[in-house]
Design a protein around this ligand. Structure first.
Ligand code: HEM
Length: 406
C-alpha cells in the first residue's frame, strides 16, 4: 500500500471519502447521540475513510450500511479479527482476546468449548440466580423514589451474573467494577495498564486453582477442555476468560442503560410494556436494534472491493453495530422504536463471531425489566439530568438519574 506523503492517506483511498468519524474512541457528548450525531452520519456517503477511526488513533474505513457490514462480518477470507483489542500490546505481552480475535480454523476450537455453556438449557438453569441478583440490587433503591440507574443497577447486575457463572465470590463486584472502568473508560494509560495486569493476575490465579480443584463452573470447563486432543495454553485460557469479562459486562450495562433511558423518556412505551408484559421479548429486540452500542474492528488481509471502494491488506475497518442498525436502507424510519418491527439486526454481530452470550444477555435484559417493573412504579428522567455519552468502542452513558412517585 502506497501512502500519499502530503496527507498520509493511502493512494487507493479517494480523497473525497476522507472524513472524521464522530463515534471514535475518546469522543464524548452531552446530547443524545441518536438525536443528531448518528442520523447525520447516515446523511453522508455509504462508506468513508476516517483518519481517527481506529481507537481514535489510526485511520479506518467506516461502513454505515447494514448490507456492507454484514458482508464483512461473513467474509473471513478477506478480513481478519486479529489484534483489534489493544490490551496485550498495552502491557507489552503477546496474547489474544479469544475467540473474538481468532480467525478460522482456530476460532472453531474456542467456540466448541464455549457454546455449550451458553446454550438455551444452561441459560434457563441460570434463571433463578440471575433473577435473584436483579432483586438484590433493586431492593437497595426501590423505596428511595429515585436511583442513579447506571451505578445502582446496570453496572453491578451483569458483574454479579458473571461472578455467578465463573463461581467467584460476589464480594468482588466492586473490585470488578473498578477494573472495568479503568480498562474500558479511563483515558489514563497507566491506570488502564494496571487494570489489565490486575485482571490477568486475578484470572490466572483462579485458573490455577481450578486446575487442581475443578468446580463445574465455566472457568473449570475452560481449564480442563480438550478439543480434538488439543488442550489450551495458559495464554489461551486467560484470553477466553478475558473475552467473557470484556464482552459480558459493559455491553449488558450499556444496553440496560439505553433501554431504560428510552423507557424513562417515552412513558407510553413504558406503560404499554407494563400493561402487556408478553410484548417484552419483541420490545427488547427492537430496543437492541435502535440503541446498538458496540463497535469492533476488522483488518483487511486480501485486496477486496466492498460497497464501491477498494480495500488493501492492512486497511482497518470499523464494525459499528450502531450504524448498521440505524441504516435507513435496512430499516424504515430507523430512529423510531416500534415494538412490532421484529428486526433482523446486527447488535450481536453475525457470522462466526456472532455473540456467544446473546441468549444470556437477552435473559438478563428481560429479567431486569420484569423485576424493575414489579418493584418500581412508572419512572421518569430526573429534571435537569445531565447525561454524558462516551461515543467510541461501546457507546455508553455515564449516568441515568431516574425518579418515581413513591
Ligand atoms: C447486550 C449485550 C451484548 C452485546 C450487545 C454484545 C455484542 C457482541 C458483538 C457485536 C459481538 C461480535 C464482535 C465481532 O464480531 O467483532 C460479540 C461477540 C462476543 N460476545 Fe457479546 N454482546 C453482549 C453480551 C455478551 C455476554 C453476556 C457475553 C458472555 C458472558 C458475551 C460474550 C461474547 C464473546 C465471547 C464474543 C466473541 C465471540 C466470537 O468471537 O466467536 N457477550 N458480542
Amino acid at each position: 500500500m502506497q501512502a500519499d506523503r502530503t496527507t498520509n492517506i493511502p493512494a487507493h483511498v479517494p480523497p473525497e471519502l476522507v472524513k472524521s468519524f464522530p463515534l471514535h474512541l475518546g469522543a464524548t457528548t452531552y446530547e443524545n447521540p441518536f438525536d443528531r450525531i448518528v442520523p447525520e452520519i447516515h446523511e453522508g456517503p455509504p462508506v468513508f475513510y476516517a483518519p481517527d477511526g481506529w481507537q481514535g488513533l489510526e485511520a479506518a474505513w467506516v461502513f454505515r450500511r447494514a448490507e456492507d457490514l454484514r458482508r464483512i462480518y461473513m467474509d473471513t477470507e478477506h478480513f481478519s479479527s486479529k489484534d483489534f483489542a489493544p490490551f496485550a500490546t498495552l502491557v507489552g505481552q503477546d496474547w489474544n482476546v479469544l475467540p473474538v480475535e481468532a480467525d478460522p480454523p482456530r476460532h472453531r476450537l474456542y467456540r466448541t468449548v464455549m457454546n455449550p455453556f451458553f446454550s438455551n438449557n444452561r441459560v434457563v438453569e441460570l434463571n433463578d440466580q440471575v433473577r435473584q441478583r436483579a432483586r438484590d440490587y433493586i431492593g437497595q433503591f426501590r423505596n428511595r423514589g429515585q436511583c442513579e440507574f447506571v451505578g445502582d443497577f446496570a453496572a453491578r447486575f451483569p458483574i454479579a451474573v458473571f461472578l455467578e457463572l465463573f463461581g467467584l465470590p460476589l464480594e468482588d463486584v466492586d473490585q470488578f467494577l473498578a477494573w472495568e472502568e479503568d480498562l474500558l473508560h479511563n483515558p489514563d494509560v497507566d491506570d488502564k495498564t494496571a487494570a489489565v495486569l490486575a485482571v490477568k493476575g486475578y484470572i490466572d490465579r483462579v485458573a490455577e486453582a481450578r486446575r487442581e480443584h475443578p468446580r463445574g463452573d465455566l472457568i473449570s470447563d475452560i481449564v480442563h477442555a480438550e478439543v480434538d486432543g488439543y488442550r489450551f495454553s495458559d495464554d489461551e485460557i486467560f484470553g477466553l476468560c478475558f473475552n467473557l469479562y470484556l464482552g459480558g459486562l459493559d455491553t449488558v450495562t450499556t444496553n440496560l442503560s439505553w433501554q431504560f433511558r428510552h423507557l424513562a423518556t417515552h412513558p407510553d412505551d413504558q406503560a404499554r410494556l407494563r400493561a402487556e408484559p408478553a410484548l417484552m421479548p419483541d420490545a427488547i429486540e427492537e430496543l437492541m436494534r435502535a440503541y446498538a452500542a458496540v463497535t469492533t474492528g476488522r483488518t483487511c488481509i486480501k485486496p477486496v472491493s466492498v460497497g464501491g471502494v477498494e480495500l488493501e491488506p492492512g486497511d482497518r475497518v470499523m464494525m459499528s453495530t450502531t450504524l448498521g442498525n440505524t441504516d435507513p436502507e435496512a430499516f424504515e424510519n430507523p430512529f423510531a422504536v416500534r415494538f412490532d418491527r421484529k428486526p433482523r439486526h446486527l447488535a450481536f454481530g453475525t457470522g462466526i463471531h456472532a455473540c456467544v452470550g446473546a441468549r444470556l444477555a437477552r435473559r438478563e435484559l428481560h429479567l431486569a425489566m420484569e423485576e424493575i417493573f414489579a418493584a418500581i412504579p412508572p419512572f421518569r428522567l430526573a429534571p435537569d439530568a445531565k447525561i454524558r455519552s462516551n461515543l467510541g468502542g461501546v457507546m455508553n452513558i455515564d449516568n441515568l438519574p431516574l425518579i418515581w412517585d413513591s
